[in-house]
Design a protein around this ligand. Structure first.
Ligand SMILES: [Zn+2]
Ligand SMILES: [Zn+2]
Length: 231
């Protein structure tokens, strides 16, 4: 059930229960300035396509031998304790107000993009999980990124038809196998340069499968942007 709280009630709740930082619990903001400033930027010595750590800004051996569907992946931060508390607060703590904050932070990494995509596509949630959570964190972050970059969001291009169980703890190969065929893309995809957006990625298997699906449906280029990634 999705209960919307009237602004006046929300204001009263804020007075009774002031916001606390999801990481350090300081009063005032959901994600305080000090914690935001302490996020660890993702290493530039990483593969531009999959962001696996490398010895320089080159492609990793895997992407050099067999280019993935994603042309370029932008990662804001390492998925360390601070980033994890922010993402988990958003996803599992149901703190929706974190999504514009994370979207704002991610936008700063997208300002210098040399090639602007036509459209942002949030990684979709399966309808079952969407009902469970009440919102798609990737979509709400995308809306904020769209406001700040002027790029449109289209959450109707890509659909998740299979609900994949949590992939935590699985190796890359198992993740890739599990996610295969989980998405479908519509005919409007043809000819577009798309930027996929998600809160976090581990191996990039989900983003890569989304990109593969979009390209099969005619997308000319697919990039990806995530707030944080496990190294
Ligand atoms: Zn803090
Ligand atoms: Zn790579």
């Amino acid at each position: 059930m999705n209960i919307s709280v009237a602004p006046a009630v929300e204001f009263a709740l804020d007075l009774l229960f002031p916001a606390r930082c999801v990481h350090c619990a300081a009063d005032g903001n959901l994600f305080c300035d000090l914690c935001i400033a302490s996020l660890s930027p993702y290493p530039t010595a990483s593969c531009s396509k999959c962001r696996e750590l490398t010895h320089g800004p080159d492609l990793c051996d895997r992407c050099a031998a067999d280019p993935p569907a994603i042309t370029r992946m932008t990662v804001g931060y390492l998925f360390d304790d601070i980033a994890r508390d922010a993402v988990h607060g958003l996803k599992y703590g149901d703190i929706r107000a974190l999504s514009p904050i994370l979207g704002t932070i991610l936008s700063e990494h997208l300002i210098g993009l040399r090639t602007r995509p036509d459209v942002i596509v949030p990684v979709p949630l399966h309808s079952g999980r969407m009902r469970e959570r009440g919102f798609n964190q990737a979509e709400s972050m995308s809306n904020r990124v769209a406001e700040l970059t002027g790029l449109p969001v289209d959450n109707g291009l890509l659909n998740r038809k299979l609900n994949i169980p949590h992939q935590a703890g699985l190796q890359r190969e198992s993740r890739e196998r599990n996610i295969l065929g989980a998405f479908e893309a519509g005919p409007r995809t043809r000819g577009l340069h798309i930027m996929l957006l998600d809160d976090v990625t581990t191996t990039g298997s989900t983003l890569e499968e989304c990109a593969r699906t979009l390209k099969n449906a005619g997308a000319i280029r697919v990039d990806a942007a995530v707030f944080a990634k496990e190294a």
